[in-house]
Design a binder for this molecule. Structure first.
Ligand code: LM2
Ligand code: CA
Length: 476
């Protein structure tokens, strides 16, 4: 199968959780394209059932499709096409979160964001249409992860479980995915892949169209497929790895633990290996947090800003896996949906012209606009396809490594000053640390690192400076 179809000078996917298509289009042009982000992972594009909990429209209603019509609070089909057109024009791919393991859960009254209705008590979804015969029977709750059949045919969180072995169901799914591809999407994030049979998925993937050449894709380009396969139980990534990439949840778990101080940083030398139960790099999509894990415990997110930034720096500097970052809205409870107006339409982010960040009052966090984040994206693009060299640690909470002869990064979570001469692997020069600043014209707005003709440099980090990163292109 085909791996990512990002442009050659790009390497990072950003999940623009709950963003509207029109806002993503604008962000592609104003920021993501110029900053060389590789792709956007959108929220699900298919019509979902409207869920109301009091005044709240929980974010998770989008994981309950009611039809394959492309009308959601993010926009309609025309807005989707406008987004793919404008993002593709500036080299940013659109990967769509696709939900076809299930339809909705049980609802007394089911009305969708595009006006479709359903009668969930008899599994009737006229918007597709699906009827009772298209679902798995008998109804059962997916509980036992050690029972592979149960994982595939029972209901995940009470969601009506589609039977993808039925050709009619498969064809409906294929048509829906091909519609996205024809509209200019370049890939899919397969929701709940673990809960579908690999053979059924394979049949579906084989029937997907090539990417639309009218959007600038080369003839015969294939969609990039990455599959959500959570850890736990007898069903593992192994069953799925030959058909597409896989989310590697252990990356975010481990990185979060290390940067929370639960394990000494020196042990990060085994990050990305079987020692930490991580799949081969070529299969893995890695992230510190996603929309699910940032609502769970133990995972770092924007809520832990300083250590989260250091954790992201590690994830993005380390060559392991296909990197993805998450751009969030701020939330205080699990259910809370995206920032919305009184009429329940989703609010657009507001950019503060003085610092280029999203305003706090807009409700959007916009991690992708944080300087430490976009600079590390640039770092990853720059060092792409190099390997780790010159690993160093102080046997405790200071580590450093270089990426070929293109980049170097050092972390200090010791809680005290770091002051050590290390081999950076870089050509001689004075480099600009991209945590504390960036090159502006001919000067560095942050601290500088002097690399000698033998590649050595004195690396100094204060107790509260968690890392330092330099790469070719920041030298003078
Ligand atoms: C995923 N990946 O495989 C998504 O990343 C995850 O966000 C989805 O769950 C899940 N699979 C199913 O697509 C979310 C959310 C659940 C929520 C479902 C459906 O984490 O809590 O379930 O979406 O909206 C909700 C309620 C649950 C209820 C269910 C059905 O929380 O209590 O179960 O709806 O009404 C009776
Ligand atoms: Ca299933």
């Amino acid at each position: 199968y085909i791996k990512t179809n990002l442009l050659a000078d790009r390497s990072v996917i950003v999940q623009m959780f709950e963003w509207k298509w029109a806002d993503i289009a604008t962000e592609c042009e104003n920021f993501l394209g110029p900053m060389k982000y590789g792709a956007v992972q959108t929220s699900p594009a298919t019509e979902n059932v409207i869920v109301r909990i009091g005044e709240e429209r929980p974010w998770y209603e989008r994981y309950q499709p009611i039809s394959y019509k492309l009308t959601t609070r993010s926009g309609d089909e025309a807005a989707f096409l406008d987004m793919t057109t404008r993002c593709n024009k500036v080299g940013v791919r659109i990967y769509v979160d696709v939900v076809f393991n299930h339809m909705t859960g049980n609802h007394e009254e089911s009305v969708g964001t595009g006006g479709s209705t359903a009668n969930t008590s008899i599994n009737s979804f006229p918007g597709v249409p699906y009827t009772d015969e298209h679902f798995h029977h008998p109804d059962c709750d997916m509980v036992d992860l050690d029972n592979a059949t149960e994982v595939r045919v029972c209901q995940l969180s009470g969601l009506k479980d589609l039977n993808q072995t039925i050709p009619y169901v498969r064809q409906k799914i294929i048509d829906y995915l091909n519609n996205l591809i024809d509209l200019g999407a370049a890939g899919i994030r397969v929701d709940a892949a673990k809960h579908m049979y690999p053979d059924d998925l394979n049949e579906i993937y084989k029937s997907l169209h090539n990417l639309n050449t009218a959007h600038g894709f080369r003839k015969n380009s294939r969609p990039y497929i990455y599959q959500e396969v959570a850890k736990g139980g007898v069903v593992t990534y192994n069953d799925y790895k030959d058909m597409g990439d896989i989310t590697e949840f252990t990356a975010g778990n481990e990185v979060s633990q290390f940067f929370s101080g639960l394990k000494p940083l020196k042990n990060l030398s085994s990050y990305g290996t079987e020692g930490l139960d991580m799949m081969p790099s070529e299969n893995a999509v890695v992230f510190v947090d996603n929309h699910d894990t940032q609502r769970a415990s133990g995972i770092l997110s924007y809520k832990n800003e300083t250590i989260y930034k250091a954790a992201l720096a590690f994830l993005l500097a380390n060559p392991y896996g296909q990197a993805r970052i998450t751009s969030s809205f701020s939330f205080t409870s699990f259910n809370q949906g995206p920032p919305a107006n009184a009429d329940e339409t989703i609010k657009s982010p507001v950019i503060d012209a003085t610092n280029n960040l999203c305003t706090e009052t807009s409700g959007w966090v916009c991690e992708h606009r944080w300087s430490t984040v976009y600079r590390m994206v640039k770092f990853r693009n720059e060092v792409f396809k190099t390997q780790i060299a010159n690993w160093w640690d102080n046997d405790s909470n200071q580590i450093a490594f270089s990426l070929g002869n293109k980049g170097f990064i050092a972390f200090n979570l010791e809680g005290s000053v770091m002051n050590t001469t290390l081999q950076t692997g870089l050509p001689v020069g004075t480099y600009c640390d991209i945590r504390s600043g960036e090159v502006q014209g001919t000067t560095c707005s942050g601290k500088t690192v002097a690399v000698s003709s033998t590649g050595q440099a004195l690396i100094t980090l204060a107790a509260d400076e968690l890392y330092l990163a330099i790469h070719v292109g920041t030298d003078s």
